[in-house]
Design a protein around this ligand. Structure first.
Ligand code: GLV
Ligand code: MN
Ligand code: MN
Length: 416
């Protein structure tokens, strides 16, 4: 086995062109993307990705969750594959790089190996996981969660979007429900390249994030039940106001997260009022609290505190309160050996680097349950993500993909 030389780099222009081409599918309204999972645009993006992969000589497998596995064969028939990927689905007002850089960066790794005629002992599988975002169907990282055995397949199929369409029906509708049993594949290792989605690397002027951990999360779906009533004629003492309870819970979540500083966050991104009419007090309010921390005890303590205080708030107002956990994973420690390879690759290539903890969730978090896994990060402008204005430079994208190339090659082992 020979080591990849320090001059080995990906084709930066080709990577950037592919990112820009993919961004044309499911365009947003402000320069980003709206390519939510299992939409027609998702299907179009998948077809383009399939075409590019097949042009690069990869063969496709699709599992029952619609995850796409594109294989470049290795030289040793007994060697398990090295998986490299992320997701092509986006938020409703998503950026062009969240997830997409990891999938197309993985493809660029393979294209570079093809250009140079480099063969590896282990196969390399470029992977596009279904429904990483969780924007349309909670929880996030749904397909990788099923793959890791943490989420039952039937539960995943039964998840519904805001309009009541189910994940299973939508997967069939767009034609991407595969035959392969989910999780049957065995991995030698898993790598994921991703933009940081936070401000640390840019602020510290570092090009590469060596990701050692990922913080854990709970998504708690609250259903508050009040009494629909006229907003003009119902006297204040007679109101059973689910909206007011919601507002007090939002404030309380902020207090709990602030009290848990440092290394803890909490907030709400999605609310549904019913009937959602200007002059009707809501009879029902559904919203999801998202809390995260790299510290397991802190994370679970925040959850317990929020549920306890929400019950008190609702009781005072006479509002019904039901809480269902709809997303969870524990804090993750990535495989030290692979983390070391990412750090070494950054050093070989002469890129400045910093060890960081991922604030966002990633498919790598579930992959880490079934195989040695880690991530590579590159900066994004102003730390902004889950926003159409998300931006990175071609140089950052190339640096992250160069590091991915070297770390993957050391793991897949060059032959010859
Ligand atoms: C996934 O994008 C998450 O971190 O919520
Ligand atoms: Mn992502
Ligand atoms: Mn995201």
């Amino acid at each position: 086995m020979s080591a990849p030389g320090e001059n080995l780099r990906i084709n930066s222009a080709r990577l950037w062109d592919s990112l820009m081409e993919m961004a044309k599918i499911g365009p947003g309204v402000a320069g980003g993307c709206n390519r939510q999972t299992l939409t027609d645009d998702d299907a179009t993006g998948r077809a383009l990705f399939q075409e590019w992969c097949e042009d690069a000589g990869l063969s496709m497998g699709v599992d029952q969750m619609g995850t796409m596995f594109m294989t470049r064969p290795g030289e040793d028939p007994d060697a398990l594959p090295v998986y490299v990927g992320s997701h092509l689905d986006t938020q409703p007002t998503g950026g062009k790089y969240d997830g997409v850089l990891g999938v197309l960066g993985a493809l660029e790794v393979v294209r570079t190996l093809n250009d140079l005629g480099i063969k590896t002992r282990h196969p390399i599988v470029v992977t596009n996981w279904t429904n990483e975002e969780g924007a349309r169907f909670a929880p996030a990282m749904l397909a990788s969660g099923v793959f890791a055995g943490a989420i039952p397949l039937d539960y995943a199929y039964g998840r519904t979007d805001m309009e009541g369409a189910s994940f299973g029906a939508e997967l069939e509708r767009i034609g991407w429900k595969g035959e392969e049993e989910v999780g049957a594949r065995k991995m030698h290792a898993y790598f994921e390249l991703h933009i940081e989605q936070g401000p640390i690397l840019e602020a510290k002027e570092k090009t590469i994030g060596v990701v050692t951990h990922c913080q854990g999360l709970w998504w708690l779906e609250f259903t508050l039940t009040g009494k629909e009533a006229h907003t003009g004629s119902t006297p204040m003492p007679m109101r059973v106001n689910a909206g007011l309870a919601m507002a007090r819970i939002f404030e309380m979540v902020q207090e709990v997260a602030m009290a848990a500083q440092p290394n803890a966050v909490g907030g709400v991104g999605q609310v549904k009022f019913a009937p959602n009419s200007r002059n009707v007090l809501p009879g029902k309010v559904v919203f999801t609290v998202d809390i995260r921390s790299p510290d397991q005890a802190k994370l679970d303590g925040m959850r317990a505190e929020i549920e306890k205080r929400a019950a008190v708030i609702c009781e005072e107002l006479g509002v019904g309160c039901a809480v269902e956990p709809v997303g969870h994973f524990d804090p993750v420690t990535f495989a030290p050996e692979l983390v070391g390879r990412v750090r070494k690759a950054a050093e070989t290539l002469g890129y400045s680097h910093l060890d960081i903890i991922s604030g966002a969730g990633h498919d790598a978090c579930w992959a880490a349950k079934v195989a040695p896994a880690t991530m590579v990060m590159c900066p994004c402008v102003g730390g902004l993500s889950h926003n159409e204005a998300e931006e990175i430079s071609p140089e950052w994208a190339a640096a992250g993909t160069d590091v991915l190339l070297h770390a993957v090659l050391e793991t897949a082992e060059i032959v010859g």
